[in-house]
Write a protein that binds this ligand. Structure first.
Ligand code: GLA
Ligand code: ZN
Length: 660
């Protein structure tokens, strides 16, 4: 387990480094991340390097038992980069070029930027490739933040047209694919195709979807460029990157993670949305089906609203939540709150004055605990029998056409299902539509709008072999060019569903409609649905629930069709209650059971890692009041040794790790 912080020795006098290293070691740190913001100090002018200060920091920390994850510093290009390419700065959706300043606002298609990025990455990797204190590389920093993956400059427009040319071969093919006869957009020269800057109403959905793909591929190729040179010079050190939470959808995380050895993310999710943090942890575990790292873990007050400090115990809770879902590296952002620069109001473990205090003590306790838990956690991971399908084409298609203000975040379709699974204490993997589904018994494919024949084959064979599949609203509605399909929905998935969508209706938040289940084996109580309603017509499937009121009163809302040894549930509406009510029946039908039986209130998360030393059961109280959980079987508190059965009390934001 790696445990540490993001450290900026360049901001502090050398005489302080010793004390920092000492305090870190005392807090149980074995790793820091260095270098990712320091390009100007490492290469003050093009081709002139100074690694001496960083060498000294790496060595000093190593003497204290602390290794380094080295960041390539390419999000913080020095001013000289603008001298080399005045157009290196990103252009936003309004066509406005950024001014120099801030960070990460560079065009990833700038040849000069790509060249200089590769040069600094190579120079660093050559320098540190053989250094045993450097245990991994973080390439760049937070791809995809602040819209940085989507540049709208002229050069990107040209590159986009070239990309389209390779994809479509001819304008005739492109015009046909995008359906450009609508609004007379028929292109007769490639140069006419716009990059989708702001216009007073909408762009063509085919153009937007291709632009999203192009942008994600641009970032991927930029990552690939750096990863390639670092691997050449430093073949023994694994590569990682600190992405943002799942909700940042500009990048196809599966494609980008394929370039890396360890998936990583930055966890700044506020506590009120602990289910979202859990979802991101599980997504990052799923990207490589391996333990992942949290490269920036919030530990105190952030520099954005609500600006508020974390409550006592919350840094510990957030840390354990990551560990519970399979993180085997946690680094806090940042070691000490800065005295200089734009982030003076973003707190680290140590306050401005450098005196260890409340946060440091909390982190130090976690460090001791994690060392104690090491034998139990070694080789242990959550074992998911359930997976949710994630498809970036579908997320993008729905991002551009939410058709409902409350569905602007395309993860909205996943969230109710993920939440229901989490409340049942079940681990959930995320997998692509054509991915390996064999480890799972239950697959949930929320709003799989863009669906390929290959995906349909994969889902069909999963179901025929005994799996249970859940399809939901808007599935199968789009082709790969984001055109609506001409078949009854769910399009290519209709034969699996055994039902088609007669009509759909989207209503603003608050307009709720109850659905009633036709049999108690599905659910006893009715459920409130909201936002999106589909009127289903069974074609072989049986009706599981009907609308109790509204436009489709009496019509089918949910259907079930047995297929092969398994079956398919089509859920034509949305809502936390809908997912919550249906899940138990789905678990029974698919034979999925939580590995341990624990009754816990909604705010107490239960997550389980299983490994050679047994089960580590994490009880995580996400509320600010004490809560009780109820074990149905004996366990032992892995930290205190206390033997437990029945009632277990958790303090506000309290955590217990049980061996069961
Ligand atoms: C991001 C960046 C960090 C820092 C933090 C806090 O995650 O990667 O460099 O800016 O946010 O603002
Ligand atoms: Zn650009």
């Amino acid at each position: 387990m790696y445990f540490g912080a993001d450290y900026y020795p360049e901001e502090w006098p050398r005489q302080r480094w010793h004390e920092d290293a000492h305090l870190m070691a005392d807090a149980g740190f074995n790793v820091v991340r260095l270098g990712e913001l320091a390009w100007a100090l490492l290469e003050p002018e093009p081709g002139r390097y100074d690694f001496s200060w960083l060498d000294d920091a790496v060595a000093l920390l190593h003497e204290h038992g602390i290794s380094t994850i080295m960041g390539t510093p390419t999000t913080t290009a020095p001013p000289w980069m603008v001298d080399l390419d005045p157009d290196v700065l990103r252009v936003d959706e309004n066509g406005q070029r950024m001014v120099y300043g801030s960070w990460g606002n560079f065009c990833l298609n700038s040849p000069a930027f790509r060249l200089r990025s590769a040069i600094i990455a190579r120079a660093m990797a050559r320098h540190y490739g053989g250094n045993e204190a450097v245990i991994a590389w973080q390439i760049d920093n937070e791809f995809g933040v602040f819209d940085r993956a989507r540049c709208y400059c002229e050069r990107c427009a040209e590159a986009f047209r070239k990309w389209l040319r390779e994809r479509y071969g001819s304008l005739a093919a492109l015009n046909k694919a995008w359906g450009t006869s609508f609004w007379s957009h028929i292109y007769t020269r490639w140069e006419q195709i716009p990059i989708p800057r702001r216009t007073h109403t909408k762009h063509n959905p085919g153009l937007l979807l291709d632009y999203a793909r192009f942008c994600s591929e641009t970032t991927r190729s930029y990552l690939q460029l750096q990863a390639g040179v670092v691997r050449e010079e430093a073949p023994r050190q694994p590569l990682t990157h600190n992405f943002l939470a799942a909700a940042y959808t500009h990048l196809d995380l599966f494609a980008l993670a394929a370039e890396l050895d360890v998936a990583g993310w930055d966890n700044y999710v506020p506590n009120a949305r602990w289910v979202d943090a859990a979802l991101s942890h599980e997504l990052f575990r799923s990207l490589k089906r391996q333990p992942f790292w949290v490269l920036e873990q919030q530990c105190s007050y952030p520099q954005w609203p609500p600006y508020a400090n974390l409550e006592r115990g919350l840094a510990r809770l957030l840390t354990y939540q990551g560990v519970a879902h399979g993180a085997d590296g946690i680094l806090y952002f940042r070691w000490r709150t800065g005295l200089i620069g734009a982030e003076q109001y973003h707190a680290g473990i140590l306050p401005h004055d450098g005196r260890p205090g409340r946060v440091y003590e909390e982190i130090r306790t976690i460090g001791q605990e994690l060392r104690q838990l090491e034998p139990l956690l070694a080789g242990a991971l959550p074992r998911a029998q359930v997976a949710c399908i994630v498809d970036y084409d579908s997320l993008w298609a729905l991002e551009f056409q939410p058709h409902n203000d409350s569905l602007g975040d395309p993860w909205s379709y996943h969230r109710p299902w993920y939440r229901a699974l989490r409340l049942q204490h079940l681990a959930c993997d995320f997998v692509q539509p054509a991915g390996d589904l064999s480890p799972y018994r239950l697959i949930i494919a929320p709003a799989l709008a863009v669906v390929s024949e290959e995906a349909v084959r994969n889902l069909r064979s999963f179901v025929e072999n005994g799996g249970v599949l859940v399809l939901t609203v808007r599935s199968g509605s789009k082709d790969v060019h984001s055109r609506m399909v001409d078949k009854p929905l769910p399009g290519l998935l209709a034969p699996l569903a055994g039902a088609t969508v007669r009509e759909f209706d989207s209503r603003p938040a608050g307009a709720e409609v109850a659905i009633r289940f036709t049999a108690e084996e599905w659910a006893e109580e009715e459920a409130r649905a909201a936002l999106w309603f589909e009127l289903l017509e069974p074609e072989g499937a049986s009706v599981v629930a009907r609308y109790g009121s509204g436009l489709y009163e009496g019509g089918a809302a949910v259907t079930w069709q047995p297929v092969g040894r398994g079956g398919v549930l089509y859920v034509g509406c949305l809502g936390d209650e809908v997912s919550e009510r249906l899940l138990p029946a789905l678990l029974r039908r698919s034979g999925v059971r939580a590995p341990v039986a624990i009754a816990a209130p909604e705010q107490v998360e239960v997550a389980i890692r299983e490994g050679p030393a047994g089960r580590a059961v994490f009880l995580l109280n996400h509320s600010d009041a004490a809560r009780e959980a109820h074990l149905q079987g004996p366990g032992e508190d892995a930290l205190t040794g206390e033997r437990l059965n029945g009632e277990v009390v958790l303090g506000p934001y309290g955590v217990r790790v049980l061996r069961m």
